[in-house]
Design a protein around this ligand. Structure first.
Ligand code: SF4
Length: 442
């Protein structure tokens, strides 16, 4: 088995934020390598074989104990696993550094009793996907997009999964009859331009089975883009083989959205997987979920996003946790997400900053959430705030509206009213780092 090397530890050292309070960084406790040497030896040279990883997933408490001899919480697992199945690839389990929920990998893959504690606001299907399914297995919510549930199997069952009602309850893939129904629906709806193959995780299917789905969808002339939603590069990167990407190439344009949540998931293996996709011309985006105790901190998200773009993966969305049963312990207030976006903006390039969205209950779709950058507006000026706290008056076009005729001239004590009225162009905080740099170079 190859020694696991977490790339994020070596990325962007020069840009690393200052040391954090332990709880903030998510890096409390002593880092250990708790995997049993026997469990590693069982791979017997097959560690890089994705099929070996799939068939040796950790599926129960005894298996977990075999992998982690010091694991203590087996008693509480049974009732949770009965409701929400357990599966962890040996690869993903080997990224665990501490055997408790303070470890971001452990928290995402090992069941916790809190999954059974649900306030009334949570439901099995908060996005009402079942209501937007004109054909079984096809969700049609937005005008030009549709989502195909190609399989209910995942290599790892994320404890925070939005489709907990589906993922792993049975491990089955789409039948040819259902695929035909879906293709018939797509042909009857030429407004659908973008089809997302999802699940479960479609990259757990055999290459041949996945190709059957892609080739069937490609027979619909109005479908322009096919996207694949998968966590495989994160939890089973060995699956991204040359054989797989060679098949994907035939059905371009193919896009992939994956799901890294924490910098500890950025390993050499995951980098190779994403690189292989990118080299095959597949743009790779990342959809993180904001998870309490895992990535609910600006510095952790900064390390994740910097590491992703280094791997040619574009941070695309940061999702607020859905109101799904079994995830209450992962939920953060919306204000936490706003704080993180405030932290990221200005600190990193725009290509590294995901869009923070709430996937609205009742099938309302994605709603982008931002800190407030518009401070005030008048007919002639909009007052904007930047990440430094500088206020800038953006003049509207003159355009013969008549509004500009009454703009007062001259200076007065600057305030937001004066900016909105065109009396001042900006207000900036004293001692800005940017201004200090200008002075140093003057
Ligand atoms: S891989 Fe995706 S569908 Fe599967 S459990 Fe994780 S989040 Fe859910």
């Amino acid at each position: 088995m190859q020694k696991m090397h977490i790339l994020s530890d070596s990325l962007d050292q020069a840009d690393e934020p200052p040391p954090l309070a332990a709880a903030e960084s998510g890096e409390t406790g002593t880092e250990v390598c708790p995997v049993s040497p026997d469990a590693r030896a069982q791979a017997n040279g097959s560690w890089e074989d994705w099929k070996w990883q799939m068939s040796n997933r950790i599926r129960g408490a005894a298996h977990l104990l075999n992998f982690f001899p010091h694991f203590k919480n087996t008693l509480s697992l049974g009732s949770v696993i009965k409701k929400y199945p357990l599966a962890i690839t040996p690869y993903y389990a080997s990224l665990i550094q501490r055997l408790d929920a303070s470890d971001p990998i452990y928290a995402q893959c090992v069941p916790q009793v809190e999954e059974l504690q649900n306030p009334a606001c949570l439901s099995e299907d908060p996005l009402e996907e079942n209501e937007d399914m004109p054909v079984p297995g096809l969700v049609h919510r937005y005008p030009d997009r549709a989502l195909v549930i190609a399989t209910t199997t995942c290599s790892m069952y994320c404890r925070h999964c939005t489709r907990k009602r589906v993922a792993g309850t049975r491990e089955v893939s789409i039948s040819s009859g259902r695929l035909r129904q879906i293709v018939t629906y797509l042909r009857a709806h030429p407004e659908i331009y973008d089809v997302i193959i999802s699940g479960g995780d479609p990259l757990t299917m055999s290459t041949e089975a996945l190709e059957r789905v892609l080739s069937a969808i490609r027979t619909v002339p109005s479908v322009g883009v096919i996207r694949i939603g998968t966590r495989t590069p994160v939890v089973l990167p060995q699956r991204i083989t040359e054989e797989l990407v060679g098949m994907l190439r035939k059905y371009h344009p193919i896009w992939v959205n994956t799901h890294f949540n924490h910098p500890n998931e950025l390993t050499e293996a995951s980098q190779q997987a994403c690189g292989r996709l990118a080299d095959a011309g597949v743009p790779v985006g990342n959809q993180s979920v904001l998870l309490r105790g895992v990535n609910d901190s600006g510095p952790v998200m900064e390390r994740l996003c910097r590491g992703l773009i280094r791997m040619r993966v574009r941070p695309y969305y940061l999702f607020q946790c859905d109101l799904v049963k079994g995830v209450e312990h992962f939920r953060t207030p919306l204000s936490r997400g706003i704080e993180i976006m405030e932290y990221l903006r200005g600190r990193m390039s725009g290509i590294a900053i995901p869009q923070y969205v709430v996937d609205a209950p009742h099938g309302g779709g994605k709603i982008p959430i931002l800190p407030n950058y518009i401070v005030s507006m008048s007919p002639t000026h909009t007052v904007l705030r930047n990440f430094e706290g500088m206020l800038v008056a953006y003049p509207e076009p003159y355009g013969g509206t008549g509004y500009w005729d009454n703009v007062p001239s001259g200076q007065s004590a600057p305030g937001v009213w004066e900016l909105a009225g065109g009396l001042n162009s900006h207000i900036e905080p004293v001692s800005l780092a940017r201004m200090n740099r200008r002075c140093a170079h003057a």
